[in-house]
Design a protein around this ligand. Structure first.
Ligand code: DC
Length: 231
């Protein structure tokens, strides 16, 4: 295994670009901890849905702010980064189409972002972390030692998300999956607080036609070059 220093690796990009698969592979390959920031926004969105805080598409911001400030939300990751709230596994629920369709407006709220950022900063303090999201390299860890911005064509991304949902037994029409991705891309990159942007010092990876093995070889080369590791 290539030994790399105790750095933070930030992986940002649009929805369904395979960021989390790449981040998990990097974590496995280099012995890093993987942290899925999107899962945190999804957990908060699930909380909103279960507490009935979204009515006719409108989020009850005051109630959500109150819950986060008084009760908090004990989001944690176990067993290969499955998402939990306290001892309840919510991995399946947070990947549903319903959560996907509300997560971008929830993630656009500044107090929600501050809540998640606190948790991410705590986790990053120890180093040796690979995080994926939309604003990790630009806002959460602007000093991350390695930043990767992942892109892929919307059609390739929609097909991947469609296959993922189908494998989980959710048959959603392709047009709906593609429309949801485009809508999230728009909201994520146009919101006021820390929108999705490519950091100026990020390396761009277009994985539209790459296999995971090819992506890992690319990342490995990048890390070896960046940290002058020759072995
Ligand atoms: O990566 P994902 O699709 O699971 O992320 C879900 C949503 O969370 C995404 O639409 C935007 C939001 N998000 C964000 O705003 N900032 C992050 N760092 C990670 C995710």
């Amino acid at each position: 295994m290539t030994k790399i220093p105790d750095i933070i690796i930030a992986i940002d990009g649009y929805s369904a670009t395979g960021k989390s698969t790449l981040a998990k592979s990097i974590a496995r390959q280099f012995g890093f901890t993987y942290l899925d920031s999107g899962a945190m926004y999804r957990a908060i969105t699930l909380l909103c849905l279960e507490r009935d805080l979204i009515k006719e598409g409108v989020i009850d911001e005051a109630a959500l702010r109150h819950i986060l400030a008084t009760e908090g939300l004990d989001i944690n990751f176990r067993e290969e980064s499955r998402t939990y709230v306290a001892d309840r596994c919510i991995e399946r629920e947070i990947r549903s189409m319903e959560v996907s369709s509300f997560v971008s407006p929830v993630a656009a709220l500044a107090f929600v972002r501050a809540f998640v950022d606190d948790k991410l900063h705590d986790a990053g303090r120890r180093g040796r972390v690979v995080m994926d999201g939309r604003d990790i390299g630009t806002a959460v860890f602007p000093d991350a030692q390695l930043k990767i911005f992942v892109t892929a064509s919307p059609q390739v991304r929609a097909q991947r998300r469609f296959d993922e949902l189908k494998a989980k037994g959710q048959e959603i029409p392709m047009e709906e999956v593609l429309a949801n991705l485009k809508e999230r891309d728009y909201i994520d990159s146009h919101r006021e607080t820390n929108p999705l942007r490519q950091a100026v010092d990020a390396f761009v990876l277009d994985n539209s036609s790459l296999t995971m093995e090819e992506e890992l070889v690319w990342v490995q080369g990048l890390i070896q070059g960046r940290f002058q590791i020759y072995q």
